[in-house]
Design a protein around this ligand. Structure first.
Ligand code: PXP
Length: 237
C-alpha cells in the first residue's frame, strides 16, 4: 500500500483571493479523507500566503494524521508544538517562489536544523526532511536524526527525459529505507507521472496537492482523491 497525503494549500490559496471563507478548508479536508487521504498536509508559510494559523488549529481535531509542512522559523515551530501534528516536514522557503522549488540545502552548517528536529521530536512530533534525491542528502538526513525523508520529485516531474531522475529517486528511496528512514515523495506528481513512482516499493507515502486540486475542479475532491489512490494501489481497487 502506498499512502496518500493530500495537500490542501491550494484550497486556501483560492479562499485568500477574497478572504471571505470560501472555499471552506474543513470541508476540503473532510472530502479528501472521504476519498481515502491518509494524511492531510498543510504548509504554514512564513508569509501566510495560503494557510493561516487558525486553519491549523481548526482542522487539527478533524484530521487523524496531520503532516505540517514548515520552515525552521521559530514562531512557526512554536505553532507546530502547540498543535502537535503526527509529522512535520521541514522544507526550504523563499519569499519570491511560487511553490517550494527544491529540497533543503544540507551542505552547510545544519546546527539550527538539527536543534529544530530535536525540539519537534521532544514534543512527540516525527520529522521528515524535504530533500533532493542525492545519496549524500539521505545520509545527512539520517545523521541529523530525522525520522524520514520526503524526496523532491519536482525535477522528475518536469523533465522531458525523466529516466535519470527516476533512477536517482529509486536509489535514494532504497538507501533511505535501508537506514530505517520513512520514505515519502512529493512535488509535481500527477495522474500520469505517479505510475512510475508508485512502483518504487520503498516509497511509503506520496504528498500531492496541485494535480489533485485541479482534478477536483472537474470531479470533486473526494473523487479526485479516490482516483489518485487507485493509481497508487491498483491491485486494491
Ligand atoms: N511536498 C512538499 C514538501 C511540498 O512543498 C509540496 C508543495 O507545497 C508538495 C509536496 C505538493 O506539491 P504539488 O502541489 O506540486 O503536488
Amino acid at each position: 500500500m502506498t499512502r496518500l497525503g493530500v495537500n490542501i494549500d491550494h484550497i486556501a490559496t483560492l479562499r485568500q483571493q477574497r478572504k471571505e471563507g470560501q472555499p471552506n478548508l474543513a470541508d476540503a479536508a473532510r472530502w479528501a479523507i472521504a476519498g481515502g487521504a491518509d494524511n492531510i498536509t498543510m504548509h504554514l508559510r512564513e508569509d501566510r500566503r495560503h494557510i493561516q494559523d487558525s486553519d491549523i488549529f481548526d482542522l487539527r481535531p478533524l484530521v487523524n494524521e496531520l503532516n505540517f509542512e514548515c520552515a525552521t522559523a521559530s514562531d512557526i515551530i512554536d505553532i507546530a508544538i502547540q498543535v502537535t501534528p503526527e509529522w512535520a516536514c521541514i522544507v526550504p522557503e523563499k519569499r519570491t517562489e511560487l511553490t517550494t522549488e527544491g529540497g533543503l540545502y544540507l551542505a552547510g552548517n545544519n546546527q539550527h536544523l538539527q536543534s529544530t528536529i530535536q525540539k519537534l521530536q521532544d514534543h512527540g512530533i516525527q520529522v521528515s526532511l524535504f530533500i533532493n534525491p542525492t545519496p549524500l542528502d539521505v545520509e545527512i538526513a539520517k545523521s541529523l536524526n530525522a525520522n524520514g525523508i520526503e524526496l523532491h520529485t519536482g525535477t522528475y516531474a518536469l523533465s522531458p527525459t525523466p529516466e535519470l531522475e527516476l533512477a536517482a529517486i529509486k536509489d535514494c528511496a532504497s538507501l533511505a529505507a535501508d537506514m530505517a528512514l520513512k520514505v515519502q515523495a512529493g512535488h509535481g506528481l500527477n495522474y500520469s507521472n505517479i505510475i512510475a513512482i508508485s512502483q518504487i516499493a520503498q516509497i511509503e507515502e506520496v504528498n500531492i496537492g496541485h494535480s489533485i486540486i485541479c482534478r477536483a475542479v472537474e470531479v470533486g475532491l473526494t473523487t479526485a482523491t479516490q482516483e489518485m489512490k487507485r493509481l497508487l494501489n491498483p491491485t486494491n481497487s
